[in-house]
Design a protein around this ligand. Sequence first.
Ligand code: A2P
Length: 350
Amino acid sequence: MKRPLRVAIAGATGAVGVEMVKSLERRSFPVSSLKLLASARSVGKKMRFRGEEIAVEELTDDSFKGVDVALFSAGASVSKRYRQAVVDSGAVMIDNSSAFRLEDDVPLVVPEVNPEDVAKHHGVIANPNCTTIIMLVAVAPLHRAFGLKRLVAATYQSASGAGAKGMNELLSQTRALLAAAKDMEELSERYRDVLSRVDPPAAFADPIAFNVFPHIDVFQPNGYTKEEMKMVNESRKILHDPSLRVSCTSVRVPSLRAHSESLNLEFARKTTPEEVRAVLASAPGLRVVDDPAAGRYPMPVDATGQGDVLAGRIRQDISNPDGTGIDMFVAGDQLLKGAAWNAVQIAELL
Ligand code: A2P
């Protein structure tokens, strides 16, 4: 497809959908027409694209006639519901949900890592989980250089991971707590009491303001959460290594936007922080921010709004005496590289 494309975005009014519109614009994607789709609640809302106002339409089975590429970010059930309608219309679906990621005939693509997989699609291409994308932009080039044997990750995931309602819940709980408590002692003593009187949590199972909790998505029989198992299974699929050893603890933290991850990597051969920095310096989609003496390391506030993943705190793992271990910290905007930006990059590969 060399001509400009007719694009639709399902879930255009959501936290990721809004970033999809902006990413098409920022990346100068060749759009000949843009359809913005959401639920009936949003019909008539207007959104701006390249200086023009576009009215949001209701998502229906008929929405995809004359569409080349449909970007989906309205949740897994919506993706499942409309998959056939998209495929029947001849459009290619690029789906941000977890609905089809592990299906054999659905490529799961990070353009910097496995762009060649796009060619294997049968009408649907899946966008990986946000923390998996952010991690693999940094890990895949190191895997190619040194042969990854084992990976242990701990994530620090922002409120934005639960969409606009997650960010609103963080802000409203923080406001309520600050308004009700005069000092630190009062804040900690009255924490549960104050939160019991604001809107009941909708986006998260636990309080998000001034708290962290190791619970993202549902618990599985093996004691991991579904989010943690996405890191395991999606990394294996994207790196084409079904036996790769991966473990993860996913944690929700009260940063507003952009996810961070602490990564412990074990390679087949010895490596040094200098070699790792040299490989990452020329890796696409990544910026090395690694000067601790000057206070420079990856942080979610600096990753926010960036298409690139930030990598730093690169050091030898001292618990691994044979020199094959590396520790590092990465941060990436989960709404952009972890979702919308990656989806638009996949569309570019088409
Ligand atoms: P709407 O704004 O009309 O509810 P977020 O992840 O930020 O919560 O956003 C979810 C996105 O998915 C929104 O654009 C929302 O539209 C859209 N959405 C949710 N459920 C449906 C549905 N059943 N049909 C169409 N769009 C939906």
